[in-house]
Design a protein around this ligand. Structure first.
Ligand code: ARG
Length: 485
Protein backbone atom coordinates (compact mmCIF):
# COMPACT_ATOMS: atom_id res chain seq x y z
CA UNK A 1 0.00 0.00 0.00
CA UNK A 2 1.32 3.44 -0.80
CA UNK A 3 0.87 6.61 1.21
CA UNK A 4 -1.88 7.72 -1.20
CA UNK A 5 -4.01 4.72 -0.45
CA UNK A 6 -3.70 5.10 3.27
CA UNK A 7 -6.84 6.68 4.60
CA UNK A 8 -6.34 6.55 8.31
CA UNK A 9 -3.73 7.46 10.82
CA UNK A 10 -0.94 8.60 8.55
CA UNK A 11 0.78 9.80 11.70
CA UNK A 12 1.45 7.76 14.79
CA UNK A 13 -0.07 10.40 16.99
CA UNK A 14 -3.43 11.63 15.82
CA UNK A 15 -4.77 11.46 19.34
CA UNK A 16 -5.88 14.09 21.86
CA UNK A 17 -2.31 14.32 23.20
CA UNK A 18 -0.72 15.31 19.94
CA UNK A 19 -1.32 19.06 20.08
CA UNK A 20 -1.42 21.68 22.76
CA UNK A 21 0.74 24.50 24.03
CA UNK A 22 3.34 22.20 25.64
CA UNK A 23 4.00 20.36 22.38
CA UNK A 24 7.33 22.07 21.77
CA UNK A 25 8.36 21.63 25.37
CA UNK A 26 7.71 17.92 25.17
CA UNK A 27 9.42 17.41 21.86
CA UNK A 28 12.98 16.19 21.49
CA UNK A 29 12.75 16.05 17.70
CA UNK A 30 15.42 18.71 17.06
CA UNK A 31 17.90 17.21 19.52
CA UNK A 32 17.14 13.78 18.10
CA UNK A 33 18.85 14.61 14.82
CA UNK A 34 21.89 13.25 16.57
CA UNK A 35 20.30 9.81 16.81
CA UNK A 36 18.47 9.81 13.47
CA UNK A 37 20.83 7.31 11.80
CA UNK A 38 20.90 5.24 14.97
CA UNK A 39 17.11 5.07 15.03
CA UNK A 40 16.98 3.90 11.42
CA UNK A 41 19.47 1.16 12.31
CA UNK A 42 17.52 0.16 15.41
CA UNK A 43 14.29 0.03 13.39
CA UNK A 44 15.97 -2.13 10.77
CA UNK A 45 17.37 -4.60 13.27
CA UNK A 46 14.06 -4.79 15.12
CA UNK A 47 12.06 -5.41 11.94
CA UNK A 48 14.50 -8.06 10.70
CA UNK A 49 14.20 -9.82 14.06
CA UNK A 50 10.39 -9.55 14.01
CA UNK A 51 10.38 -11.21 10.59
CA UNK A 52 12.84 -13.91 11.63
CA UNK A 53 10.68 -14.70 14.66
CA UNK A 54 7.55 -14.82 12.54
CA UNK A 55 6.04 -11.93 14.48
CA UNK A 56 5.72 -9.88 11.27
CA UNK A 57 5.49 -11.61 7.90
CA UNK A 58 8.42 -11.24 5.51
CA UNK A 59 6.47 -9.21 2.97
CA UNK A 60 5.33 -6.60 5.49
CA UNK A 61 8.85 -6.50 6.88
CA UNK A 62 10.15 -5.87 3.36
CA UNK A 63 7.74 -2.99 2.83
CA UNK A 64 8.71 -1.42 6.14
CA UNK A 65 12.42 -1.88 5.46
CA UNK A 66 12.01 -0.34 2.03
CA UNK A 67 10.24 2.65 3.59
CA UNK A 68 13.07 2.98 6.07
CA UNK A 69 15.53 3.14 3.16
CA UNK A 70 13.55 6.09 1.82
CA UNK A 71 13.44 7.75 5.24
CA UNK A 72 17.19 7.36 5.52
CA UNK A 73 17.81 9.02 2.16
CA UNK A 74 15.38 11.86 2.84
CA UNK A 75 17.04 12.54 6.17
CA UNK A 76 16.00 13.97 9.48
CA UNK A 77 14.97 17.35 8.08
CA UNK A 78 12.24 15.75 5.96
CA UNK A 79 10.60 13.90 8.83
CA UNK A 80 6.97 14.66 9.58
CA UNK A 81 6.19 16.29 12.90
CA UNK A 82 6.43 14.09 15.93
CA UNK A 83 7.17 14.18 19.60
CA UNK A 84 10.54 12.67 18.86
CA UNK A 85 12.50 10.98 16.10
CA UNK A 86 11.05 7.58 16.94
CA UNK A 87 7.51 8.77 16.47
CA UNK A 88 8.41 10.81 13.39
CA UNK A 89 10.16 7.94 11.63
CA UNK A 90 7.27 5.63 12.39
CA UNK A 91 4.89 8.26 10.96
CA UNK A 92 7.05 8.55 7.85
CA UNK A 93 6.95 4.77 7.40
CA UNK A 94 3.18 4.68 7.90
CA UNK A 95 2.79 7.55 5.44
CA UNK A 96 4.57 5.42 2.85
CA UNK A 97 3.13 1.97 3.48
CA UNK A 98 -0.11 2.61 5.33
CA UNK A 99 -1.22 1.21 8.69
CA UNK A 100 0.80 -1.99 8.17
CA UNK A 101 3.82 0.20 8.81
CA UNK A 102 2.68 0.42 12.41
CA UNK A 103 3.75 -3.20 12.85
CA UNK A 104 7.27 -1.84 13.13
CA UNK A 105 6.53 -0.85 16.71
CA UNK A 106 5.38 -4.35 17.74
CA UNK A 107 7.09 -5.67 20.87
CA UNK A 108 8.95 -2.53 21.74
CA UNK A 109 8.49 0.90 23.24
CA UNK A 110 10.14 4.22 22.66
CA UNK A 111 11.72 3.65 26.04
CA UNK A 112 13.91 0.73 25.01
CA UNK A 113 14.20 2.27 21.54
CA UNK A 114 15.66 5.59 22.67
CA UNK A 115 18.02 3.92 25.13
CA UNK A 116 19.29 1.74 22.29
CA UNK A 117 19.69 4.69 19.93
CA UNK A 118 21.66 6.74 22.44
CA UNK A 119 24.00 3.83 23.10
CA UNK A 120 24.45 3.20 19.39
CA UNK A 121 25.42 6.78 18.68
CA UNK A 122 27.41 7.35 21.83
CA UNK A 123 29.64 4.33 21.27
CA UNK A 124 30.74 5.89 17.97
CA UNK A 125 31.38 9.21 19.67
CA UNK A 126 33.41 7.50 22.36
CA UNK A 127 35.55 5.78 19.74
CA UNK A 128 36.02 9.09 17.97
CA UNK A 129 37.13 10.66 21.24
CA UNK A 130 39.57 7.79 21.81
CA UNK A 131 40.96 8.33 18.31
CA UNK A 132 41.52 12.01 19.05
CA UNK A 133 43.20 11.21 22.36
CA UNK A 134 45.48 8.68 20.63
CA UNK A 135 46.46 11.37 18.10
CA UNK A 136 47.32 13.73 20.94
CA UNK A 137 49.33 11.01 22.62
CA UNK A 138 51.19 10.41 19.35
CA UNK A 139 52.01 14.13 19.15
CA UNK A 140 53.31 14.05 22.72
CA UNK A 141 55.39 10.94 22.04
CA UNK A 142 56.87 12.53 18.89
CA UNK A 143 57.76 15.66 20.85
CA UNK A 144 59.24 13.56 23.64
CA UNK A 145 61.37 11.64 21.15
CA UNK A 146 62.65 14.83 19.57
CA UNK A 147 63.32 16.48 22.92
CA UNK A 148 64.27 13.51 25.05
CA UNK A 149 67.43 15.36 26.18
CA UNK A 150 66.21 18.97 26.00
CA UNK A 151 66.66 20.31 29.49
CA UNK A 152 63.91 22.46 30.93
CA UNK A 153 62.97 23.73 34.36
CA UNK A 154 60.47 21.61 36.24
CA UNK A 155 58.06 23.34 38.59
CA UNK A 156 56.22 22.81 41.82
CA UNK A 157 53.99 25.61 43.11
CA UNK A 158 54.91 27.22 39.80
CA UNK A 159 58.40 27.85 41.25
CA UNK A 160 61.52 26.51 39.59
CA UNK A 161 62.01 23.20 41.36
CA UNK A 162 64.36 20.77 39.61
CA UNK A 163 65.63 20.53 36.05
CA UNK A 164 63.95 17.94 33.91
CA UNK A 165 63.61 17.37 30.16
CA UNK A 166 60.93 18.25 27.66
CA UNK A 167 60.75 14.52 26.90
CA UNK A 168 60.02 13.70 30.52
CA UNK A 169 57.48 16.51 30.73
CA UNK A 170 55.60 15.51 27.58
CA UNK A 171 55.52 11.86 28.59
CA UNK A 172 53.91 12.88 31.88
CA UNK A 173 50.88 14.03 29.91
CA UNK A 174 51.04 11.04 27.60
CA UNK A 175 50.77 8.78 30.63
CA UNK A 176 47.80 10.73 31.99
CA UNK A 177 46.10 10.56 28.60
CA UNK A 178 46.73 6.81 28.44
CA UNK A 179 44.61 6.56 31.59
CA UNK A 180 41.97 8.81 30.03
CA UNK A 181 41.97 6.43 27.06
CA UNK A 182 41.56 3.44 29.37
CA UNK A 183 38.61 5.14 31.10
CA UNK A 184 36.95 5.74 27.73
CA UNK A 185 37.48 2.12 26.65
CA UNK A 186 36.06 1.03 29.97
CA UNK A 187 33.01 3.25 29.52
CA UNK A 188 32.60 1.89 25.98
CA UNK A 189 32.19 -1.63 27.37
CA UNK A 190 29.14 -0.61 29.34
CA UNK A 191 27.74 1.69 26.65
CA UNK A 192 27.83 -1.12 24.12
CA UNK A 193 25.07 -3.24 25.67
CA UNK A 194 21.64 -3.62 24.15
CA UNK A 195 18.47 -2.59 25.99
CA UNK A 196 16.32 -3.40 22.94
CA UNK A 197 13.46 -5.77 23.65
CA UNK A 198 12.94 -4.45 27.17
CA UNK A 199 9.92 -2.58 25.77
CA UNK A 200 8.45 0.05 28.10
CA UNK A 201 10.19 -1.64 31.05
CA UNK A 202 8.10 -4.74 31.57
CA UNK A 203 9.15 -6.92 28.67
CA UNK A 204 6.76 -8.17 26.01
CA UNK A 205 4.54 -11.20 25.36
CA UNK A 206 6.00 -11.51 21.86
CA UNK A 207 8.71 -14.07 21.29
CA UNK A 208 11.45 -11.53 20.65
CA UNK A 209 15.07 -12.53 20.23
CA UNK A 210 17.02 -9.94 22.15
CA UNK A 211 20.35 -11.60 21.47
CA UNK A 212 19.66 -11.35 17.76
CA UNK A 213 18.93 -7.62 17.72
CA UNK A 214 21.99 -7.07 19.90
CA UNK A 215 24.05 -9.00 17.36
CA UNK A 216 22.53 -7.19 14.39
CA UNK A 217 23.41 -3.86 15.99
CA UNK A 218 26.97 -4.85 16.92
CA UNK A 219 26.38 -4.74 20.67
CA UNK A 220 28.61 -6.82 22.92
CA UNK A 221 25.70 -8.11 24.97
CA UNK A 222 22.15 -7.70 26.22
CA UNK A 223 21.12 -5.69 29.28
CA UNK A 224 18.88 -8.35 30.69
CA UNK A 225 16.58 -6.90 33.35
CA UNK A 226 14.05 -5.04 31.26
CA UNK A 227 13.28 -2.46 33.92
CA UNK A 228 16.94 -1.52 34.25
CA UNK A 229 17.54 -1.77 30.51
CA UNK A 230 14.96 0.84 29.54
CA UNK A 231 15.74 3.31 32.31
CA UNK A 232 19.48 3.01 33.01
CA UNK A 233 21.52 6.06 32.11
CA UNK A 234 24.59 5.43 34.23
CA UNK A 235 26.42 4.89 30.94
CA UNK A 236 25.92 8.61 30.29
CA UNK A 237 27.48 9.38 33.65
CA UNK A 238 30.44 7.14 32.88
CA UNK A 239 31.14 8.75 29.55
CA UNK A 240 30.66 12.28 30.87
CA UNK A 241 32.88 11.46 33.82
CA UNK A 242 35.63 10.12 31.55
CA UNK A 243 35.23 13.31 29.51
CA UNK A 244 35.48 15.48 32.62
CA UNK A 245 38.64 13.67 33.65
CA UNK A 246 40.05 14.07 30.17
CA UNK A 247 39.14 17.76 30.09
CA UNK A 248 40.90 18.18 33.43
CA UNK A 249 44.05 16.62 31.96
CA UNK A 250 43.74 18.93 28.96
CA UNK A 251 43.26 21.98 31.14
CA UNK A 252 46.51 21.30 32.98
CA UNK A 253 48.40 20.82 29.75
CA UNK A 254 46.87 24.01 28.37
CA UNK A 255 47.74 25.99 31.45
CA UNK A 256 51.37 24.90 31.11
CA UNK A 257 51.38 25.81 27.43
CA UNK A 258 50.00 29.27 28.20
CA UNK A 259 52.66 29.79 30.88
CA UNK A 260 55.49 28.37 28.75
CA UNK A 261 54.48 30.60 25.84
CA UNK A 262 54.45 33.55 28.21
CA UNK A 263 57.95 32.68 29.45
CA UNK A 264 59.31 32.21 25.95
CA UNK A 265 59.94 28.49 26.49
CA UNK A 266 57.52 27.47 23.79
CA UNK A 267 56.55 29.16 20.56
CA UNK A 268 53.11 28.21 19.31
CA UNK A 269 52.56 28.06 15.59
CA UNK A 270 50.62 31.02 14.20
CA UNK A 271 47.88 28.55 13.28
CA UNK A 272 47.25 27.96 16.96
CA UNK A 273 47.65 31.56 18.09
CA UNK A 274 45.62 34.69 17.80
CA UNK A 275 46.36 38.37 17.88
CA UNK A 276 44.71 41.37 19.47
CA UNK A 277 42.33 43.61 17.58
CA UNK A 278 43.99 46.63 19.19
CA UNK A 279 47.53 45.63 20.18
CA UNK A 280 49.31 44.76 16.93
CA UNK A 281 52.35 43.18 18.60
CA UNK A 282 50.34 40.51 20.42
CA UNK A 283 50.56 36.79 19.76
CA UNK A 284 48.22 35.10 22.17
CA UNK A 285 47.80 31.39 23.01
CA UNK A 286 44.01 31.66 22.63
CA UNK A 287 43.56 28.12 21.35
CA UNK A 288 45.00 26.65 24.52
CA UNK A 289 43.00 29.06 26.65
CA UNK A 290 39.88 27.72 24.96
CA UNK A 291 41.06 24.14 25.39
CA UNK A 292 41.60 24.94 29.07
CA UNK A 293 38.05 26.29 29.30
CA UNK A 294 36.44 23.14 27.93
CA UNK A 295 36.59 21.68 31.44
CA UNK A 296 33.64 24.02 32.05
CA UNK A 297 31.54 22.28 29.40
CA UNK A 298 32.69 18.84 30.48
CA UNK A 299 31.97 19.46 34.14
CA UNK A 300 28.60 21.06 33.45
CA UNK A 301 27.73 18.05 31.27
CA UNK A 302 28.59 15.65 34.06
CA UNK A 303 26.74 17.62 36.74
CA UNK A 304 23.81 18.12 34.37
CA UNK A 305 23.43 14.38 33.88
CA UNK A 306 23.94 13.48 37.53
CA UNK A 307 21.48 16.13 38.68
CA UNK A 308 18.88 15.03 36.15
CA UNK A 309 19.17 11.38 37.14
CA UNK A 310 19.22 11.93 40.88
CA UNK A 311 16.18 10.53 42.62
CA UNK A 312 14.38 9.30 39.50
CA UNK A 313 11.99 6.50 40.36
CA UNK A 314 11.87 3.27 38.40
CA UNK A 315 11.33 2.93 35.50
CA UNK A 316 11.21 5.37 32.57
CA UNK A 317 10.59 9.06 33.29
CA UNK A 318 10.64 11.84 30.75
CA UNK A 319 13.43 13.58 32.67
CA UNK A 320 15.70 11.11 30.88
CA UNK A 321 15.11 12.94 27.62
CA UNK A 322 16.88 15.97 29.06
CA UNK A 323 19.85 14.00 30.38
CA UNK A 324 20.96 13.05 26.88
CA UNK A 325 21.96 16.41 25.35
CA UNK A 326 24.42 16.97 28.18
CA UNK A 327 26.49 14.03 27.02
CA UNK A 328 26.50 15.21 23.39
CA UNK A 329 27.64 18.69 24.46
CA UNK A 330 30.36 17.19 26.58
CA UNK A 331 31.74 14.72 24.00
CA UNK A 332 31.63 17.31 21.22
CA UNK A 333 33.42 20.01 23.16
CA UNK A 334 36.06 17.73 24.64
CA UNK A 335 36.80 15.79 21.46
CA UNK A 336 37.22 18.98 19.49
CA UNK A 337 39.52 20.39 22.16
CA UNK A 338 41.65 17.23 22.14
CA UNK A 339 42.13 17.62 18.39
CA UNK A 340 43.14 21.26 18.74
CA UNK A 341 45.57 20.42 21.54
CA UNK A 342 47.14 17.72 19.35
CA UNK A 343 47.64 20.15 16.48
CA UNK A 344 48.97 22.84 18.79
CA UNK A 345 51.49 20.53 20.43
CA UNK A 346 52.60 18.97 17.15
CA UNK A 347 53.36 22.36 15.61
CA UNK A 348 54.85 24.18 18.60
CA UNK A 349 58.56 24.91 18.86
CA UNK A 350 60.43 24.28 22.10
CA UNK A 351 62.93 27.10 22.64
CA UNK A 352 65.93 25.07 23.74
CA UNK A 353 68.19 28.00 24.70
CA UNK A 354 65.59 29.75 26.83
CA UNK A 355 64.71 26.43 28.47
CA UNK A 356 68.35 25.63 29.24
CA UNK A 357 68.93 29.07 30.67
CA UNK A 358 65.83 28.84 32.83
CA UNK A 359 66.78 25.34 33.98
CA UNK A 360 70.12 26.69 35.19
CA UNK A 361 68.62 29.57 37.13
CA UNK A 362 67.19 29.81 40.63
CA UNK A 363 69.49 27.09 41.98
CA UNK A 364 67.13 24.45 40.68
CA UNK A 365 69.96 21.89 40.98
CA UNK A 366 69.92 22.26 44.79
CA UNK A 367 68.09 18.99 45.42
CA UNK A 368 70.59 17.12 43.26
CA UNK A 369 73.49 18.48 45.30
CA UNK A 370 71.76 17.51 48.55
CA UNK A 371 71.11 14.05 47.08
CA UNK A 372 74.81 13.74 46.21
CA UNK A 373 75.87 14.58 49.75
CA UNK A 374 73.31 12.15 51.12
CA UNK A 375 74.71 9.45 48.84
CA UNK A 376 78.09 10.09 50.47
CA UNK A 377 76.71 9.51 53.94
CA UNK A 378 75.57 12.98 55.07
CA UNK A 379 72.06 12.62 56.56
CA UNK A 380 69.68 14.08 53.98
CA UNK A 381 68.24 16.59 56.46
CA UNK A 382 71.75 17.93 57.20
CA UNK A 383 72.56 18.02 53.47
CA UNK A 384 69.31 19.95 52.91
CA UNK A 385 70.35 22.52 55.53
CA UNK A 386 73.83 22.83 54.06
CA UNK A 387 72.59 23.37 50.52
CA UNK A 388 69.92 25.82 51.66
CA UNK A 389 72.63 27.84 53.38
CA UNK A 390 74.77 27.80 50.22
CA UNK A 391 71.76 28.92 48.23
CA UNK A 392 71.67 32.14 50.22
CA UNK A 393 75.22 33.03 49.25
CA UNK A 394 75.95 32.16 45.67
CA UNK A 395 74.83 28.60 45.00
CA UNK A 396 78.24 27.59 43.61
CA UNK A 397 81.02 25.33 44.80
CA UNK A 398 82.58 28.04 46.97
CA UNK A 399 79.28 28.74 48.66
CA UNK A 400 78.70 25.02 49.24
CA UNK A 401 82.17 24.59 50.70
CA UNK A 402 81.63 27.50 53.06
CA UNK A 403 78.29 26.03 54.10
CA UNK A 404 79.97 22.65 54.71
CA UNK A 405 82.46 24.32 57.04
CA UNK A 406 79.59 25.97 58.89
CA UNK A 407 77.23 23.00 59.08
CA UNK A 408 79.57 19.99 59.12
CA UNK A 409 82.69 21.68 60.49
CA UNK A 410 84.66 20.17 57.60
CA UNK A 411 85.42 21.10 54.04
CA UNK A 412 83.14 19.70 51.39
CA UNK A 413 85.82 17.57 49.72
CA UNK A 414 86.05 15.44 52.86
CA UNK A 415 82.76 13.96 51.66
CA UNK A 416 82.68 14.33 47.92
CA UNK A 417 85.04 15.32 45.12
CA UNK A 418 84.73 18.84 43.78
CA UNK A 419 84.15 17.52 40.23
CA UNK A 420 81.13 15.53 41.37
CA UNK A 421 79.69 18.62 43.04
CA UNK A 422 80.32 20.72 39.96
CA UNK A 423 78.53 18.06 37.89
CA UNK A 424 75.55 18.07 40.22
CA UNK A 425 75.34 21.84 39.79
CA UNK A 426 74.97 21.40 36.03
CA UNK A 427 71.30 21.05 34.97
CA UNK A 428 71.98 18.35 32.34
CA UNK A 429 74.11 16.33 34.76
CA UNK A 430 71.51 16.85 37.44
CA UNK A 431 68.92 15.34 35.10
CA UNK A 432 71.24 12.44 34.20
CA UNK A 433 71.66 11.56 37.88
CA UNK A 434 67.93 10.93 38.27
CA UNK A 435 67.73 7.61 36.50
CA UNK A 436 65.12 5.95 38.72
CA UNK A 437 62.24 4.28 36.89
CA UNK A 438 60.11 6.98 35.29
CA UNK A 439 62.68 9.68 36.03
CA UNK A 440 64.08 12.26 33.59
CA UNK A 441 67.53 10.71 32.94
CA UNK A 442 67.99 9.90 29.25
CA UNK A 443 67.96 6.12 29.86
CA UNK A 444 64.77 6.32 31.91
CA UNK A 445 63.09 8.53 29.31
CA UNK A 446 64.14 6.13 26.53
CA UNK A 447 62.53 3.24 28.43
CA UNK A 448 59.41 5.31 29.09
CA UNK A 449 59.20 6.24 25.43
CA UNK A 450 59.33 2.61 24.43
CA UNK A 451 56.60 1.73 26.92
CA UNK A 452 54.44 4.67 25.79
CA UNK A 453 54.79 3.64 22.16
CA UNK A 454 53.82 0.06 22.98
CA UNK A 455 50.73 1.13 24.96
CA UNK A 456 49.72 3.52 22.23
CA UNK A 457 50.01 0.76 19.63
CA UNK A 458 47.89 -1.57 21.77
CA UNK A 459 45.26 1.14 22.20
CA UNK A 460 45.12 2.07 18.51
CA UNK A 461 44.88 -1.62 17.59
CA UNK A 462 41.99 -2.04 20.01
CA UNK A 463 40.35 1.09 18.66
CA UNK A 464 40.64 -0.13 15.08
CA UNK A 465 39.27 -3.53 15.98
CA UNK A 466 36.26 -1.94 17.69
CA UNK A 467 35.67 0.45 14.79
CA UNK A 468 36.00 -2.50 12.41
CA UNK A 469 33.50 -4.55 14.41
CA UNK A 470 30.95 -1.73 14.29
CA UNK A 471 31.50 -1.30 10.55
CA UNK A 472 31.10 -5.05 9.99
CA UNK A 473 27.92 -5.13 12.06
CA UNK A 474 26.46 -2.38 9.92
CA UNK A 475 27.42 -4.20 6.70
CA UNK A 476 25.86 -7.42 8.02
CA UNK A 477 22.69 -5.61 9.07
CA UNK A 478 22.31 -4.12 5.59
CA UNK A 479 22.83 -7.56 4.06
CA UNK A 480 19.96 -8.87 6.23
CA UNK A 481 17.79 -5.89 5.27
CA UNK A 482 18.47 -6.56 1.60
CA UNK A 483 17.09 -10.07 2.00
CA UNK A 484 13.68 -8.49 2.49
CA UNK A 485 13.56 -5.49 0.17
N1 ARG B 1 12.09 11.11 23.37
C1 ARG B 1 12.10 10.33 24.58
C2 ARG B 1 13.47 10.32 25.24
O1 ARG B 1 14.39 10.84 24.71
C3 ARG B 1 11.70 8.93 24.33
C4 ARG B 1 10.23 8.84 24.39
C5 ARG B 1 9.73 8.09 25.51
N2 ARG B 1 8.55 8.77 25.88
C6 ARG B 1 7.61 8.35 26.71
N3 ARG B 1 6.65 9.10 26.94
N4 ARG B 1 7.68 7.18 27.28
O2 ARG B 1 13.63 9.78 26.30
Amino acid sequence: MTGDESDEGTAVRGDRFSGGPARGFLSSLDDDERIFAADVAVDRAHVVMLAEQGIVDAETAGTILQALNVVEVEGHAMLPDGEDVHEAIESAVIEQVGPEGGKMHTARSRNDEVATCIRLRLREDVLEAIEAVCDLRAALVAGAEEHADTVMPGFTHLQHAQPTTVGHYLLSYEQALARDTARLFDAFERVNQSPLGAAAFAGTPFDVDRERTAELLGFDGVLTNSMDASSARDFLVEVASAMANLATTLSGLSEDVVIFANQGYLDLSDDYSSTSSIMPQKKNPDTFELVRSVAGEANSGLTGILTTLKGLPRAYNRDLQNATPHVWDSVDAVTEAVGVAAGGIATATWEEEALAEAAGSNFSTATGVADLLAMEGVPFRTAHELVAKAGESGADYAALDAAAQAVLGESLDTYVEQSAVEAALDPAESVAMRDSVGGPAPGAVAAALEAAEATLTTDTDELESKQGALGDAHTDLMAEVNEYV
